[in-house]
Design a protein around this ligand. Structure first.
Ligand SMILES: OC[C@H]1O[C@H](O[C@H]2O[C@H](CO)[C@@H](O)[C@H](O)[C@H]2O)[C@H](O)[C@@H](O)[C@@H]1O
Ligand code: CA
Length: 796
């Protein structure tokens, strides 16, 4: 294998044999890993290899392309993330370390023999364009002889607003000369335009992070169709960078949290459920193994009260998640290891509730089933030990949940791990449903979330005081009059209020709703401000309807239609759960449906009045299967036109949001912003009710907006978009800003649910639409230029 692997290294920087005589000679005197890395010959080469090298007749075992995939992952394209020269110093085994079989890149300076040849050329002239290169067909390649210098030049000339990104807003010449591969950098070619230059910046940044000083770079890699590039990055890189799996060594990284900035939050801290001694021992071991980490490990009490949660505000920590036993095959030692999960990204470096469902949809699209399954395991653990699926696994989220999706998530994973044919899949499904039933009964169908009068549920979490994870100035406008009243600073007032030193019932009421606003995941919006805990929302009640029907199906199929609840010993049948679903449907129709506007509105259980905020979550009634076909039709005719914008569905109508002013700033879950979960659920709901064309049209809009931002703004993928903006939809200046926008050189993770939305949206696109997206054709010209029969695809 070693030998064969090494033979693979006989590749050439150009696939143009006619123009490659010099390249052949150069290659033949050195061990040249695929793509033309100029690492020195390894002593571990076989003598046959050596002979071929010395005879200058390198043998190809296949075509260049077979081994040189211009779209391979960065770790393959640029090699391992360590610089062998450093390893050399440490281990004194230089040659062995360099015996890599696949790389497109170069670590250090090129060999002396080649250097002398190139030096001659360098003295003569540089800067002419490589005509043979320009006219050559097929895959062309560049030789970047100095990655750092090219990066500097690129940023100096092209990043004119100095944000380490090359975008349409930069005013540079939009062109850079780079060496061609078949001349080893002697001849040059121009790379032009924002998209290619920004891709060059991204590739150089990655190459540098892998310790590369010189690289060969395929033109195809920086000129890739953007739809392919984005889906490739999501599938092969973004998911990996968002995935976490707790082990003894990485807990520092997992525990990292930028949201809270108290001195006590500096050290990483883990809270462990009182009845998980194995996990406690595991974290203590992790702390002892790396004392410089200063990891603090604490048990949680058996009863987790709002007072206790508030007491942790200054000492926040990560909450333990599900772990499994792992036996090291070489030592036979067993230890715990966490189930994998994916985080949303940006400042959200923990396991979220509804994000996880949306992310799981995308992970499954990318065949990353084990991570989606891991997240279900974590939810089972959270329900058992924390009493609910948490907003996220940090101590300050202990009192609240997020929109419930566990039953659907478990079903999806179940089918991907073998379904009915796999007994362990059935066991997994049953465990998940036992947990979901507990969650349903104790969280959503119990007070204070259950309104006994209407039988509907509200987002009404426990908790005390100001949510500590919010950005520091978020409540300034609200708190300012109180600071004035007590003649103190805002900070002093915050402390007094949180400590209970002052009593302000109006403020208590405000924060009851503010904490509630964070449970529906729609934090924040004028739809919920000052009222959230009293609203039976269409979102939650549609999701609970889905729980009820999913539970009925599971009881019928997997529990012999008789479910003995191990948590409260009650017995129920599928008929019981179907009745719960039917009752909920009747109530939702009675309290929420408005035929005239075609919208399911929220219902205020406190003042017993339907609200009038038109929200995109009205489509969740379709996703859950709660609406009638007639209601779906009315929704499409009346509500959809009000919510459909250039870039897809907007959160709510502008009229519902109301006017914006200095005292009434924009909120991120209001007009004009659009969010991936709204798109994903609406596409599915509309398709389920036969409105495939509307779903496809909405998906085109969303994908266009994402692709255009990706092309024009250095590969950006963000948490949310301004769906009314055709120029810079990623620019959202609300609350904590836009996650995913803050990167230097290259975006590495996108944003969880937005990544999913791209992969899912593409499933609605035929090849014609994909091509149009690849050239960023805006929705209106695209739709207007369709033929009659094509228009039907988009219900136009
Ligand atoms: O820190 C402010 C808020 O941040 C979270 O909310 C937002 O991000 C979440 C993760 O992507 C997402 O689930 C939520 O819908 C977003 O609005 C967090 O969930 C909030 O509790 C928190 O207050
Ligand atoms: Ca810039």
């Amino acid at each position: 294998m070693e030998k064969l692997g090494h033979l693979k290294t006989f590749n050439f920087p150009s696939n143009d044999d006619n123009n490659n005589k010099k390249g052949d000679q150069l290659q033949s005197v050195e061990s040249t890993p695929i793509g033309g890395s100029t690492t020195p010959t390894s002593p571990s080469q076989s003598s046959g290899d050596q002979e071929r090298l010395m005879s200058k007749t390198p043998r190809r075992i296949s075509s260049t392309n077979e081994y040189n995939d211009p779209f391979s992952n960065a770790e393959i394209y640029y090699g391992p993330e360590t610089d062998p020269r450093k390893a050399t110093a440490k281990y004194q085994k230089p040659k062995k370390k360099l015996n890599r079989t696949r790389t497109m890149s170069v670590f250090g300076n090129i060999s002396t023999s080649r250097q002398s040849m190139l030096d001659e050329h360098y003295l003569k002239r540089r800067g002419s364009e490589d005509d043979t290169y320009l006219s050559s067909k097929g895959n062309r390649r560049f030789f970047i002889e100095d990655v750092d210098a090219t990066l500097d030049e690129l940023l100096r000339n092209e990043d004119t607003d100095r944000n380490y990104q090359i975008t349409i807003e930069d005013k540079g010449p939009k062109v850079i000369k780079v060496g061609t591969a078949n001349s080893f950098g002697f001849n040059h070619i121009n790379i032009r335009g924002t998209y290619m230059l920004s891709n060059l910046l991204q590739e150089l940044t990655i190459a540098k992070s892998f310790g590369r000083h010189q690289i060969f770079l395929d033109e195809a890699r920086i000129n890739e169709d953007p739809v392919n590039r984005l889906s490739r990055l999501i599938t092969n890189q973004f998911w990996n960078n968002l995935t976490r799996r707790i082990d003894l060594y990485n807990i520092g990284e997992m525990a990292r949290d930028t949201k809270i900035d108290t001195p006590e939050a500096k050290n990483p801290r883990v809270y462990v459920p009182f009845d998980c001694p194995d996990q406690y021992a595991f974290y203590i071991q992790a702390a002892q193994m790396n004392p410089s980490l200063k990891l603090e490990v604490e048990y949680l009490p058996e009863a987790i009260t709002p007072e206790y949660v508030k007491s942790l505000n200054r000492t926040p920590g990560l909450l333990a998640l599900a772990m499994e036993e792992h036996v090291n095959p070489s030592t036979g030692e067993s230890s715990l290891i966490g189930y994998p999960y994916a985080v949303p990204g940006g400042r959200f470096n923990e396991l979220y509730g509804w994000d996880s469902y949306m992310i799981a949809l995308g992970l499954l699209e990318s065949n990353k089933v084990d991570i989606a399954k891991g997240m279900v395991e974590h939810f089972i653990f959270e329900i058992k030990h924390y009493g609910k699926i948490l907003n996220a696994n940090r101590s300050y989220y202990l009192c609240r949940s997020q929109p419930p999706f566990l039953t659907d998530m478990a079903n999806m994973v179940f089918h991907r791990i073998g379904g009915d044919n796999n007994p362990s899949a059935i066991n997994f499904l049953k465990r998940a449903f036992v947990s979901a039933i507990k969650e349903y009964k104790t969280v959503w169908a119990s007070e204070p979330r259950l309104d006994p009068e209407t039988g509907l549920s509200c987002y009404h979490p426990d908790g005390i005081g100001i949510p500590p994870e919010t950005e520091p100035d978020h409540f300034d406008t609200i708190l300012y009059p109180y600071a004035k009243k007590y003649n103190c600073t805002l900070e002093e007032f915050r402390k007094m209020y949180n400590n209970g030193d002052v009593k302000e019932p109006t403020l208590d009421e405000f924060f009851l709703h503010d904490r509630a606003v964070r449970e529906p995941g729609h934090d924040t919006t004028y739809r919920f401000e000052g009222v959230c805990a009293y609203l039976a929302t269409i979102d939650l009640n549609a999701l609970l309807y889905k729980y009820e029907t999913d539970i009925a199906d599971a009881i019928e199929q997997y529990f012999g239609d008789k479910f003995v609840d191990p948590n409260d010993y009650s017995v129920s049948t599928s008929a019981h759960w179907r009745k719960l679903a039917e009752d909920r449907k009747v109530r939702v129709n009675k309290y929420m449906w408005d035929e005239e506007s075609g919208v399911f509105f929220d219902y205020n259980v406190h003042i017993r009045k339907r609200t009038s905020y038109e929200s995109a979550t009205t489509f969740w009634a379709l996703w859950a299967g709660l609406a009638t076909p007639h209601q779906a039709q009315v929704m499409v005719e009346k509500a959809l036109p009000k919510l459909e914008m250039l870039g897809g569905l907007v959160c709510g109508t502008e009229q519902s949001r109301g006017p914006i002013s200095i005292n009434r700033p924009v909120r991120q879950w209001d007009y004009p912003f659009g969010w991936a979960p709204h798109q994903i659920l609406a596409w599915k709901g509309l398709s389920d009710y036969g409105f495939q064309g509307d779903a496809t049209r909405l998906a085109y809009r969303w994908l266009f907006m994402m692709t255009k931002a990706f092309v024009d703004f250095n590969g950006i993928v963000v948490e949310k978009y301004n769906v009314t903006s055709g120029i810079d939809p990623h620019r959202v200046e609300a609350e904590y800003g836009n996650q995913g926008a803050d990167f230097k050189g290259v975006a590495k993770e996108g944003f969880g649910w937005v990544n999913s939305s791209y992969l899912l949206g593409l499933k609605y696109m035929d090849s014609h639409a994909r091509r149009a997206l690849g050239t960023c054709i805006p929705p209106e010209p695209f739709f207007n230029n369709l033929r009659g029969d094509q228009k039907k695809i988009y219900n136009l």
